[in-house]
Every structure is written in structure tokens, then in C-alpha cells.
Design a protein around this ligand. Structure first.
Ligand SMILES: Nc1ncnc2c1ncn2[C@@H]1O[C@H](COP(=O)(O)OP(=O)(O)OP(=O)(O)O)[C@@H](O)[C@H]1O
Ligand SMILES: [Mg+2]
Length: 588
């Protein structure tokens, strides 16, 4: 086979194929051009899923008559002039290829008028060829690009198009992505005669609400974080509301929508402790970073960027999201149900009693020597017979009693709250274990007088031994005494009450599922800690005393992310007076 140079038409078609995958790619390129042209209003209209016709109209700077031909020519751009080099790109466009590529695969009519011009001019192109003389036309200042019969000359591509409704949905998504990051620009999207989106210029929050709906806006936690030259702003969804559905996960780098696995991972990493497995939080994150610290010339459709310092970006995003999620503690203004609670006062005055099988006092974080071993038992304090304080103590209020053995009922400043005892306890424990872990301290250990000998499958045993260091730090002392038998000499004090065989199998399972994903040691530790906390959490078998309940409430108030348990379920809900009035249909 001999080597020969490809025909220019084929070269252009190949290049166009990289940028124009489907009608939505055209919508994206044209809207970006309108934004680069400083438009204050952009209208997108489609027919037949955007394949038959796709039109974008703007009121931006327009194109002068003498430049219309150039605008459609390959490698012709007005935008790199403004930037000193490829390293300082601040516009969406810079390749000078989009219009030329579109004209390669569809019929394009370009109509434009600059503010100074007395009339508009129009040019038509098909398969890269067209009238080279602009014709006069009627158009207000601004530009309309009309694209018809997409891929009419590229049957191979046509075959890959989906149903009209699917293509229209993709276009809708492209419009939403750009509309969300440009709240100051009005957007209108017409599907046939139907207005699918019509948003006036407004604030970022208004735009998010208008485009992504009240559901997301109401359940989003706003975040704002700056470190060095990098700033992160946006919204993340409250973990309680996150679901498996396909919710928006929009990342913008200098207002450009991009995909970035590292950033997505950083976000999930921040959610790790509070999200139920398999659930996907919705989020919108916007990174502002000096152009020279990010390379946008990586992907033909510019869907990816390369950061100069990936680690810094990763850390900044994780920190920003984690900080926002940490604000979801019970006394914060953002409530799982409605309204807000008063901030609670000082730390608990009640004793810290044993709750269920778990010793609160042993868990309190202390600066201890690594081999600190707490007292084995602590007396259960007597329930105080003193009169309860007349006003609710903190944001979660004063415990009134228990509903069955599952829920604590409390009186708050503004109504009542119900707390899921088990879930709340698990949450508090997990956070405390984590603090102890992060400080490098070993969690308190309970030596076994007679080591339990437990038979495990070889795989499970292998997992446990592999994680030896981790388990030791958690307070386990394990010895392999046979091919499938392990002796348990010590366990974390908080797990004392759990049957060792059950505990080890749970641990092996936790380590196993963790090993399946890409992990860091800390991720494994967190998983194990979550399991540990879950196991140790108070079980729904015993009624608590009022001081025990109050102690748990005060702990919750002092614990970050206490609004949801380790599985993303809420730990408590409130019913304010207004909610009660509503339930009883009482006008206030
Ligand atoms: N809506 C518009 N308003 C004003 N000028 C436009 C508009 N659309 C295109 N242009 C002009 O046409 C030129 C070519 O546009 P095209 O999209 O092909 O390339 P680009 O935006 O410069 O780069 P890229 O290929 O990266 O998008 C632009 O540089 C701009 O000068
Ligand atoms: Mg462009």
C-alpha cells in the first residue's frame, strides 16, 4: 500500500467530524459564538430534532460585510488577536473552525449586521461551497446562523443520529449548560412552536432556579471558596436529597462547561461520608482560574481542559464541597424539613451517660498516648431527678421521651423534632471515630481475656491480614493461628459488644468492597470506621433515659454533617408550629 495525501475535502470532513457529532454540537458552537460576540439575548430554534433545521439568533457585535466570507473559512478567527497567545485564551472560540466545520456537513445561512452598518448581509454555503458575494438582507444588529439538513452529504454520520426527541433533548441540555453559566444573558429555546425555555437576564441563583428547577435550588447548598488564584463557587445538593436519578452535574472552568474526572472524583470524595452508595448528588461547580494555569486546547470540541496543577484543583474542590456539606448540622439555618432553628448555646451540662451498649465517655476525643486503653466499664449514671430546664436547650431542643424504642421526641423553640436514635447515634460515632483517626490516635482498645478463635474463608482472612496496619490502628489485634483461623486478642472498645465472628466478617466485607474500587488507604479507613460506627450504634432494643437522650441531642448539635446518617438518610426531622398549624388546618 502506498502512502498518499488525502483529498482536501476529505481532510475537512474528518476535521468537521471531530467537532460536529450531532445537532447539539452545532447548538453549542453557535451559542458560544454568540456569547463571544457579547450578546445580551440568544434565541435557539429547532425543527426535527435540530437535524432539519437549527437556528441561533443573537444581538451581539455582528460581522462586517467584508468579513462574512472569512467567518466561514477554515482557520479564520477574530479571537486569538485579543489573546497574547494560546496560553491566555479567555473566549470560547479560538480555533476558527466551528463555522467552517458546520458548513462542511450542512447547509448554512449566515446573516449579520454590525451596529454601524445600515443593513444586514447574508451568505449561504453548502458542503463548504457557496455564494462568495454577500447579499443584502433584513436583520437587526446581531447575527443569525441557520443550519439545515445536517449530515445530508455524510450518510455515515446520519446513521448515528437518534430519534428526533433524543436529539432535541441533547440540544436542550447544551442550552441549559450554557444558560446556567451565563445568567446575565437572556436565553430562549424553541422546539418547533413550543417554548421550551425562556429565561430573562438575572442573578446566578435565579438562573439556576429557572433552568434546573426549584427542587434543585431549594435543596442546594451554596458554596464559595478561594485558595490562591483559584476560586470555586456553586451549589451542591444536600445528601439527604441525592438520588440515583440523572441530576445535573455541571462543571465550568472559566465559564466553559467541561468534563473532568478528577474534579468529579474530588466532589464524590467530599460526599463519601454522607451519601448512600449508588446515589449521585447533583452539583454545579464553577472554577475561576487564570487562563495561563489551564490549557483549553486539549479536545476538539473543548469538552476537556488540562490543569497545570491538578492536585491543587482537586484539593480545592474537595475542601470547598466538604466545607459546604459540613454546614448541614442541626442548628444551621438549612433544615431537612422547613424553617430554621435557633442556634444552641453552650456545651451540654448533662452528664454523658452510656447509651445502649456504647460508652459515650470512652469515645470523647482525647489526646492520648497511642496505646491508651480506657477503663473497661463506666457506671451508668442515674437519670437525673431534677426538674428539666423550662426552655429547650439547643437547636434540637429538649427530649420529651421516646416513641417506641426508635424515635426521640423533642420540644424545640418552635415546635417539635423527631430523631432517629440509631441513625443519629451512628452519625455522631462515625464523626468522633474519624476525628480520633485523623489525629493519628488509635481508637480505644478492649483486650479479650480469652481470645476468640474465628474461622473465616481464606479470602476473607487474606483481606484482614492485608489490612493489618489499618485494623491495628482501629484497635484490633488479630493473629493467624491456622490457615483459616484467626485469633482475636483485642477489639476497639466501642465494638466490645459485637459478636467477634460477625464483626470480622463485616470487616472483611467492608475491606473487600473497598478494594474493588480505586482506593486510598484513608478511603478504606473511612469505610471501616463507618461500619464500626454502624455496628456500635445504639440498637433499637432498649429505651433510653431522658438524660441519655439529651446527651445524644447535644452531641448531634456539636457534630458536623449530623443531618444525615452514614447512609444518607436523615437523622432527624422537625415539625415547626407552622407545620403543625398546617396539619391541623389552623389559620394563624
Ligand atoms: N454570532 C457571531 N457574532 C459575531 N461574530 C461571529 C459570530 N459567529 C462567528 N463569528 C465570527 O466568525 C469567526 C469564526 O467563527 P468560528 O466559530 O468558526 O471560529 P471561532 O469562534 O473563532 O473559533 P472556534 O472554532 O474555536 O469556535 C469568529 O472568530 C467571529 O469573528
Ligand atoms: Mg466559535
Amino acid at each position: 500500500m502506498s502512502i498518499h495525501v488525502l483529498a482536501p475535502d476529505l481532510v475537512s470532513q474528518i476535521a468537521a467530524g471531530e467537532i460536529i457529532e450531532r445537532p447539539a454540537s452545532i447548538a453549542k458552537e453557535l451559542i458560544e459564538n454568540s456569547l463571544d460576540a457579547g450578546a445580551a439575548h440568544i434565541e435557539i430554534a429547532i425543527e426535527g430534532g435540530g437535524v432539519r433545521k437549527l437556528t441561533v439568533t443573537d444581538n451581539g457585535s455582528g460581522i462586517a460585510r467584508k468579513e462574512l466570507v472569512l467567518a466561514l473559512a477554515p482557520h479564520a478567527t477574530s479571537k486569538l488577536d485579543a489573546a497574547p497567545s494560546l496560553e491566555h485564551i479567555s473566549s470560547f472560540g479560538f480555533r476558527g473552525e466551528a463555522l467552517a466545520s458546520i458548513a462542511q456537513v450542512a447547509r448554512v445561512r449566515l446573516t449579520s449586521r454590525t451596529p454601524e452598518a445600515t443593513s444586514a448581509w447574508q451568505l449561504e454555503v453548502a458542503t463548504g461551497r457557496g455564494t462568495l458575494e454577500p447579499q443584502p438582507a433584513a436583520h437587526p444588529p446581531g447575527t443569525t446562523v441557520s443550519v439545515e439538513e445536517l449530515f445530508y452529504a455524510v450518510p455515515a454520520r446520519r446513521k448515528f443520529l437518534r430519534r428526533e426527541a433524543t436529539e432535541a433533548a441533547h440540544i436542550g441540555e447544551a442550552v441549559r449548560r450554557l444558560a446556567v453559566s451565563h445568567p446575565a444573558v437572556g436565553f430562549r429555546f424553541l422546539r418547533g412552536t413550543r417554548i421550551a425555555l425562556d429565561v430573562p437576564p438575572g442573578t446566578a441563583a435565579e438562573r439556576v432556579r429557572a433552568v434546573l428547577g426549584a427542587e434543585f435550588a431549594d435543596h442546594g447548598l451554596a458554596l464559595e471558596y478561594t485558595v490562591g488564584p483559584l476560586s470555586v463557587t456553586g451549589w451542591v445538593e444536600r445528601p439527604v436529597h441525592a438520588a440515583g436519578r440523572a441530576d445535573p452535574q455541571y462543571l465550568y472552568v472559566n465559564q466553559r462547561w467541561v468534563r473532568d474526572r478528577a474534579v468529579a472524583h474530588a466532589i464524590l470524595d467530599a460526599y463519601r461520608d454522607v451519601l448512600f452508595h449508588g446515589r449521585q448528588p447533583a452539583w454545579i461547580l464553577s472554577l475561576e482560574i487564570p487562563p495561563e494555569l489551564v490549557d483549553v486546547n486539549v479536545h476538539p470540541a473543548k469538552h476537556e481542559v488540562r490543569f497545570r496543577d491538578r492536585r491543587a484543583v482537586y484539593n480545592a474542590v474537595r475542601t470547598a464541597v466538604a466545607a459546604a456539606l459540613a454546614t448541614t448540622r442541626p442548628e444551621s439555618a438549612a433544615m431537612p424539613v422547613t424553617g430554621s432553628m435557633p442556634r444552641h448555646g453552650a456545651s451540654p451540662s448533662a452528664p454523658e451517660p452510656r447509651v445502649g451498649n456504647f460508652d459515650w465517655t470512652a469515645l470523647a476525643v482525647r489526646d492520648t498516648a497511642p496505646d491508651y486503653v480506657p477503663p473497661v466499664t463506666q457506671p451508668v449514671p442515674e437519670a437525673s431527678s431534677a426538674a428539666p430546664a423550662p426552655t429547650p436547650a439547643g437547636g434540637l431542643g429538649r427530649a420529651l421521651g421516646q416513641l417506641g424504642t426508635l424515635y426521640i421526641v423533642t420540644e424545640t423553640a418552635d415546635g417539635l423534632a423527631l430523631v432517629d436514635t440509631h441513625a443519629a447515634h451512628e452519625r455522631v460515632l462515625f464523626e468522633q471515630l474519624k476525628v480520633a483517626w485523623d489525629r493519628g490516635g488509635r481508637t480505644a482498645t478492649q483486650k479479650q481475656l480469652v481470645p476468640a478463635e474465628i474461622r473465616l474463608t481464606p479470602v476473607a482472612l487474606e483481606r484482614l491480614l492485608e489490612a493489618g496496619d489499618l485494623l491495628q490502628r482501629l484497635g484490633f489485634e488479630l493473629d493467624r493461628i491456622g490457615p483459616e483461623i484467626v485469633a482475636v486478642r483485642a477489639v476497639p472498645a466501642v465494638l466490645e459488644s459485637v459478636e467477634p465472628a460477625v464483626l470480622l466478617r463485616e470487616l472483611a466485607a467492608a475491606l473487600d468492597s473497598e478494594a474493588a474500587g480505586a482506593t486510598f488507604v484513608t478511603a478504606a479507613a473511612d469505610r471501616v470506621l463507618a461500619d464500626v460506627a454502624c455496628r456500635a450504634a445504639v440498637h433499637s432494643g432498649r429505651r433510653l433515659t431522658v438524660p441519655e437522650m439529651d446527651a445524644l441531642l447535644r452531641r448531634m448539635e456539636a457534630t458536623p454533617r449530623a443531618d444525615q446518617c452514614n447512609h444518607g438518610r436523615p437523622t432527624w426531622i422537625r415539625l415547626g408550629m407552622a407545620d403543625l398549624d398546617r396539619l391541623f388546618r389552623r389559620g394563624r
